[in-house]
Every structure is written in structure tokens, then in C-alpha cells.
Ligand binder design. Structure first.
Ligand code: NAP
Length: 282
């Protein structure tokens, strides 16, 4: 392990709970392989302690942080400057602390999703047809924003709480609309589970995947287990699948670059490390 001295660059992740986050596993493996004098630490403030923590970190105390549940909306509000995709998503998963005391917010979740699609469904073009997003929380917003910016022609939001789907559609513009689960799959090019259904091995969202074209790609943001019930259902129908772990790894890459001014080193099998960390065989 490379030495961590008093001059170490510090980054981290803020969440509550943060104990099970895989981000420290990914970033610290890259730090070590790159031989950086740096550390990536988990930070879990109290439920109302996010703002105070961020204010305390201003002025270059720390390079930056990733932000996870339940603070992604608060992260946006805490920033002085926003990227277009963070503004459009209404949520941030990355805060960068500048030496002048200001905070810049970005959202790399959507980039992670597009990167995972490119890796596991090569040739898929998000501009080629309608996308269905199941869910209307922070992850759904990040995905919808990235797809709008990537030129997706139509995004259909399905959510248990329909009002939230409508609010998301209103915020993201004319390409995005709230639909019923029955109306969603016809003609879809991409179907995304952005709900927490399936986490821990339970059933995924109820949608008739057989009503989607055989060319449809199905992506599950849930990665515990890796092969969720939703992805197994899709694969059984012969649909291409993309897993949430690939998305998680891909969203970490631009964060690492922003924290440490360099790309993660090649040759580190972070997927195998992450799989071991969630108790799966690589
Ligand atoms: P969130 O803001 O809490 O949103 C949760 C969503 O799930 C909402 O749309 C909610 O619907 C829906 N939902 C929850 N329980 C449900 C149920 N029993 N039946 C139907 N719908 C239900 O969470 P998030 O931040 O968007 O994250 C969503 C999931 O994506 C999580 O599992 C998270 O771990 C995962 N994620 C993965 C990545 C990755 O890189 N792979 C990145 C971000 C998030 P209501 O609006 O009706 O409550």
C-alpha cells in the first residue's frame, strides 16, 4: 500500500447509511494502483447534518465528495455552481471544493448509465427509440437528464406515485412524459429499472417485458444481486441486459478524474473487487 502522509489528497463519499457503499472500494483500489498519496473516505453525517458538513469542507479542505442517498438533492442546493446535467437532473452525486471556497456540483450517474450501455450493449443508440424509465427518484432524474442531453426522442416515466412521474416530466421538458405501466413497453428501445425494487433479491418492477420489441435493451440500476429478477426475466425473453454494477463503476470514473486530475489506472479489475465486496463470485 502506498504511504498516506499529511500531504495526502482527500476525497470521499457522503451518505446515510454509507457503510455498504462500494465507492471506497473502487476509488481506493485505483488510488493504490496509481501510487497516489491520497485517500477516499466514507462520511455519514446526521440526517440534518449534510449542509454543516459541506460548509465545513469548503476552501480546499478536501478535493471533493460523491454524494449518495439521501443527500443528492441537498447536494445540488448546497452548491454555488452547477453543471448542465446536474441542473437538469435536479440532483448531484459529485461536489468539488475549490480553493476559493466555492462548491461545484455535477451528476455523473447518467454518464455511468450511458457508459454501461456502451460497454454491455455495444451498438445501442439512445436516439434510436423510446426509453422507459421505471421510477421517478434521484436515479431516474439523473438517467432522464442524461438521455435528454444525449438526444433521446421520447422518455416514458412510470412510477408508483404518478405525481412524481408527472413532476419529473414537467421538469425535463417535452421529450419526457408520465405514462401507465401498461402503455410503457410498446416499441421501447431501452427499459430501465430506476426503482429500488429487486434490491436484496426480491421481485423487480412489474412491467410486461414481452410487450417490448426483441431488440430492446434492459438495464437494472440495482446491483445487489448482480443478476436481479428483472434482468433474469429480460434475459429469459432474449433481451439484451446491462447491469447496475457496470453503471456504478462507470459513474466513478469521471469522479476520480475530477478529484485527482488523472484517469483511473488501467489494469485494475474493480468489477471483481466490487463483486467480492457484495458477496458474489467474480
Ligand atoms: P429514490 O430517490 O429513493 O427513489 C426510489 C424509487 O423507487 C421511486 O421512484 C419509488 O417510487 C420507487 N419505489 C420504491 N419502492 C417501491 C415499491 N415498493 N413499489 C414501486 N416503486 C417503488 O432512490 P434513487 O436514488 O432514485 O435510487 C433508486 C435505485 O437505483 C436504488 O436501488 C439505488 O441503489 C439505485 N442506483 C444505482 C446506481 C448505480 O450506479 N448502479 C446509481 C444510482 C442509484 P415512489 O416515488 O412511488 O416512492
Amino acid at each position: 500500500m502506498s504511504a498516506i502522509t499529511g500531504a495526502a489528497m482527500v476525497a470521499g463519499i457522503i451518505g446515510r447509511p454509507v457503510t455498504h457503499s462500494l465507492s471506497p472500494v473502487l476509488h481506493n483500489a485505483w488510488i493504490e494502483a496509481a501510487g497516489l498519496n491520497a485517500v477516499y473516505a466514507p462520511l455519514a453525517p446526521t440526517a440534518d447534518g449534510f449542509q454543516a458538513l459541506v460548509n465545513g469542507l469548503r476552501g480546499g479542505v478536501i478535493r471533493g465528495v460523491n454524494v449518495t442517498i439521501p443527500f443528492k438533492e441537498e447536494a445540488l442546493a448546497a452548491a454555488d455552481e452547477l453543471s448542465d446535467r446536474a441542473r437538469l437532473a435536479g440532483a448531484a452525486n459529485l461536489l468539488l471544493f475549490r480553493a476559493d471556497g466555492t462548491v461545484f456540483a455535477d451528476n455523473t450517474d447518467g454518464l455511468g448509465m450511458l457508459g454501461a450501455l456502451a460497454a454491455q450493449a455495444p451498438g445501442f443508440d439512445p436516439r434510436s427509440g423510446p426509453t422507459v424509465i421505471l421510477g421517478a427518484g434521484g436515479a431516474a432524474r439523473g438517467a432522464a437528464a442524461a438521455l435528454v442531453l444525449a438526444g433521446a426522442p421520447e422518455i416514458r416515466i412510470v412510477n408508483r406515485t404518478f405525481d412524481r412521474a408527472q413532476a419529473l416530466a414537467r421538469d425535463l421538458g417535452p421529450a419526457v412524459r408520465a405514462v401507465s405501466v401498461e402503455a410503457a413497453p410498446a416499441g421501447a428501445g431501452l427499459i430501465i429499472n430506476a426503482t429500488s425494487l429487486g434490491l436484496g433479491g426480491g421481485p423487480g418492477p412489474e412491467i410486461d417485458l414481452a410487450a417490448a420489441p426483441l431488440s430492446a435493451v434492459v438495464l437494472d440500476m440495482v446491483y445487489k444481486p448482480l443478476r436481479t429478477e428483472f434482468l433474469r426475466r429480460a434475459a429469459d425473453l432474449g433481451l439484451a441486459t446491462v447491469d447496475g454494477l457496470e453503471m456504478l463503476i462507470r459513474q466513478a470514473v469521471p469522479s476520480f478524474e475530477a478529484f485527482f486530475d488523472q484517469a483511473p489506472p488501467a489494469g485494475v479489475d474493480v468489477r471483481a473487487l466490487a463483486l467480492r465486496a457484495v458477496g458474489e463470485t467474480p
